[in-house]
Design a protein around this ligand. Structure first.
Ligand code: BES
Ligand code: ZN
Length: 848
């Protein structure tokens, strides 16, 4: 399979001044007419090679003259037009079959809606083109379809013209005045419901806002609309960026590979990130919608106006935009909770990836399938890299720097170096050493040694730099390290931001009465692992003012306690005691809920030499039972104090729910009738979807007799709401019950389930592949089942299949029994005929 290298980048040989597209949408096929104005940039190039996938060419014209086969060559993935002049107009007419498109790339149908997904390389499935982000052009698009079936016809930009003259068909022409790459092209046609609103920008422009969805779902779009307006205002206030078209359209579709897509002026969303009402959406759904709507909106400047030169630069737009959406969510909600959630996500996904055979820098050096590089590393670690720049520059210089970035590169396709140039230009900082973050992989560690003598405290820091996947050594990293020193009363003696850049660093602090306590990597100022021995976690939990470190200390203390249990030791009473102390604290309730969470299985797994899940489960269960029985009365009191049956969607009610449900989960370890009854009552009486789903999950996992009744009740109520059915499938696929695999297999025949809809596959098969107990069961049945699904789904939708294959990334680190079982299945998958390059790339890397 062909590997693409960053070092092979060459500039495009042609530019495209304008593109004029016409789509004739029919039930069985769509004919596309594409008129492009080309100019040769490299005189030495005789021929024009366009990207084209499965091309069915109907006609081809140069400057309005039809040309025959002697003038062009069609190959697997290209159309080459021979001997072209210095500038010319090329007209291509070709035919595509959207209703047969199950990959969901290019133009396809989601139910009865025509829609597109072109990032990164879907446009070549629609029409021949220079399908690369550094070719930017002005697009005019006419969509023609049956008037009754497809009353709504949308594309990018502003609405220019309606054509009503074709009897049962009608058409609309859209003009997007902003130059853009083909991956931002979008088209939608359907019989859609919508809600509308407007927004007036800081400079007084009135923007029409529309959100489209399936008929009947209009009332579920208001939260998305509110979030959109919040995002528009935030980007004006924080970055000085205004919207730049007359219309902003969002369309929600059910079949979508990803979460959402930032197509210029016409975002297309997975309906899971648009639709919400109190009856069907959880609190997490509400938060998710707010952040994804904002993320795609923010791309208008960081991604669309300024785009990537090539796909190796993906983090230029994604890392930066994730950082922007994280800051937005922190500003609008609880900043302390947001930071912890972001770090949790990073550690659970990115740290795991960084320790696996698919580890790569945020700017990869090569790829086989670009679709595989929309990773946690490019996104979440990429966002941490931007956050470090923000810390190094400070708020004011960072804003100056982004202003320079927007000013200098507007309308261009640029590189991460261009971005870093703007950051240096504004601040005078030399970021050359910092660049390692873009080119090196793996999670850096920092070993901490302390010394205290004659009033002088010395901090010795040693970087432990990981090797690459192929075992090559890498250079030290450069990062800001926020620290504080606390006195024995827990008061801050000082706090500052150190710069770590060499392998060894030494910092000294004199004039101290006693050895201070170190608070290190505050706010998680760098994405590293700190290794330090002899830390007094309960002291930090009690005294540190930094909300992140308080959480960090509670987690680290939990890890230490669980690992000692795994080593056969008794439960450390000091942990039980400090947990009790946390219960009494008067804190933001969502934050408190996080403090009370025990370390995840993933956290403990990452620290094991040879991964084995059972000891982790056993230890967690033991500790949970101890906590629940020691503090039963206190926990029940907290539960009652914060339980509400009505479901207000505001931060106060959400906070109450997250604390109360955390408490309920802890209590559920007792598996008593009393707790089962409490959970059952919560399921029956609560109006909040979060409350009901958590109750269902607990009932299922404590094997309550009521769980079957509750699950059927839930199913019958919501079988027509696919978004809610995703939750139902997830609960069953994540269950710890005996026979879970048989149930998952049987659920594939449920009338609601559909193997062609990514959300459903993710919530049944994807969740099962993250069910440590049953996926990794020692009889190998879990692996065999998922391997079978990868093979079947690869033929339908390779992107979905390679996503499932990711569950096997643990291979190289797992115990021998499981390793042998996985190897057998992966070898079976990789020897399948016509395996997609997506799945091939992931599995071959895992096996290597
Ligand atoms: N540009 C991406 C969507 C995308 C990713 C399209 C990969 C094609 C291939 C979009 O901006 C994005 O990043 N979406 C995320 C959600 C976001 C909030 C991180 C997604 O879809 O998961
Ligand atoms: Zn994005």
């Amino acid at each position: 399979m062909k590997e693409i290298y960053l070092r092979d980048y060459v500039k495009p040989a042609f530019s495209i001044e304008s593109v004029n597209l016409t789509f004739e949408l029919e039930e069985e096929q769509t004919d596309v007419t594409n008129v492009m104005k080309f100019t040769k940039l490299d005189e030495t190039q005789k021929h024009l090679r366009l990207d084209a996938m499965d091309l069915e060419l109907l006609k081809l014209y140069i400057n309005d003259l039809e040309i025959d086969e002697s003038r062009y060559i069609i190959e697997n993935e290209s159309l080459t037009v021979l001997n072209v002049p210095a500038s010319f107009t090329l007209k291509v007419v070709n035919r595509i079959y959207p209703h047969k498109n199950s990959e969901l790339e290019g133009l396809y149908k989601s139910g009865s809606i025509f829609c597109t997904q072109n990032e990164p390389e879907g446009f070549r499935r629609i029409t021949p083109y220079l399908d690369r982000p550094d070719v930017m052009s002005v697009f005019t698009t006419t969509v023609v379809a049956n008037r009754e079936k497809y009353p709504v016809l949308l594309s990018n930009g502003n609405k220019a013209q309606c054509h009503d003259s074709f009897d049962e068909r009608h058409g609309v022409t859209w003009v997007d005045p902003h130059k853009k790459p083909s991956y931002l092209f979008a088209l939608v046609a359907g019989d859609l419901g919508s809600i509308s609103d407007e927004y007036t920008t800081a400079s007084g422009e009135r923007i029409e806002l529309n959100i489209y969805c399936d008929l009947g779902n209009e009332s579920k779009c208001y939260h998305a609309m509110k979030s959109l307006k919040e995002a528009m205002l935030w980007d004006e206030e924080k970055y000085g960026r205004e919207y730049d078209l007359e219309i902003y359209n969002i369309v929600a579709v059910d079949s979508f590979n990803m979460g959402a897509m930032e197509n210029k002026g016409l975002n297309i969303f997975n309906s899971a990130y648009v639709l919400a009402d109190t009856d069907t959406a959880s609190d997490a759904n509400y938060m998710g919608i707010q952040s994804v709507i904002a993320h795609e909106y923010f791309h208008n400047w960081t991604g669309n106006r300024i785009t990537c030169r090539d796909w190796f630069q993906l983090t230029l737009k994604e890392g930066l935009t994730v950082f922007r959406d994280q800051c937005f969510s922190a500003d609008l909600n609880s900043s302390e909770v947001q930071r912890i959630e972001d770090v949790k996500g990073l550690r659970e996904r990115q740290f795991v990836e960084d320790a696996s055979p698919t580890a790569h820098p945020i700017q990869p050096k090569s790829y086989i399938s670009m679709n595989n590089f929309y990773t946690s590393t490019v996104y979440e670690k990429g966002a941490e890299v931007i956050r470090m720049i923000h810390t190094l520059l400070g708020e004011e210089n960072y804003r100056k720097a982004t202003d320079i970035y927007f000013e200098e590169f507007d309308g261009q396709a640029v590189t991460t170096d261009d971005f870093l140039w703007a950051m240096s230009e504004a601040s005078g900082l030399d970021l050359s050493a910092f660049k390692n973050w873009y080119h090196q992989s793996g999670t850096p560690k920092l070993k901490v040694d302390e010394n205290f003598e004659k009033g002088v405290y010395t901090l010795n820091l040693t970087q432990i730099v990981p090797t690459t996947v192929d075992g090559k050594t890498q250079n030290p990293f450069y990062y800001p390290l926020k620290i504080a020193l606390l006195d024995d009363q827990g008061k801050e003696i000082l706090h500052e931001t150190l710069i770590v850049s060499k392998m060894q660093e030494e910092f000294t602090y004199g004039g101290l009465k006693a050895k201070p306590t170190l608070s290190i990597n505050r706010d998680f100022s760098a994405p590293i692992v700190v290794e330090q021995e002899g830390v007094d976690f309960s002291f930090l939990m009690k005294h540190d003012k930094n909300s992140f470190i308080k959480y960090e200390a509670a987690q680290a203390f939990g890890v230490e306690t669980l690992e000692s249990i795994m080593n056969g030791e008794d439960i450390n009473p000091a942990f039980i005691e400090s947990f009790g102390h946390l219960l009494d604290l008067d804190l933001d309730l969502s934050y408190k809920a996080l403090l009370l969470e025990l370390p995840s299985v993933s956290t403990l797994m990452q620290r094991q030499e040879k991964v084995d899940f059972e000891p982790i489960y056993e230890a967690k269960e033991k500790l949970s039972i101890a906590l629940a029985s020691t503090y039963k009365e206190k926990l029940l009191k907290l539960y009652t104090a914060h339980h509400e049956v009505h479901a207000a969607i505001n931060s106060i009610s959400m906070g109450k729910r997250s604390l109360k449900n955390r408490v309920l989960r802890i209590l559920s370890a007792l598996e008593t009738e009393e707790i089962a009854l409490l959970t059952q009552t919560q399921y029956k009486s609560s109006k909040s979807m979060s409350d009901r789903v958590i109750a269902l999950d607990i009932l299922e996992n404590i094997h309550s007799n009521f769980s079957q009744v509750a699950l059927s009740d839930f199913y019958n109520k919501y079988k027509d709401e696919t978004l809610v059915m995703n939750k139902y499938f997830s609960i069953l696929a994540a269950s710890n019950r005996v026979g879970t695999i048989d149930r998952v297999q049987a659920l594939q025949n449920d009338p609601v389930y559909d193997e062609k809809v990514p959300n459903l596959v993710r919530s049944l098969i994807g969740v099962f592949a993250r069910n440590y107990k049953h996926f990794h069961s020692k009889d190998g049945h879990g692996y065999a089942f998922v391997a079978d699904k990868i093979i079947t789904i690869d033929k339908i939708n390779p992107q979905m299949a390679s996503g499932l294959a990711g569950a096997f990334k643990i291979y190289s680190r797992i115990n021998e029994t499981n390793k042998t079982l996985i190897e057998k299945e992966l070898k079976r998958v990789i020897s399948t005929q016509d395996l997609s390059k997506n799945t091939f790339e992931i599995i071959s890397k895992i096996l290597k």
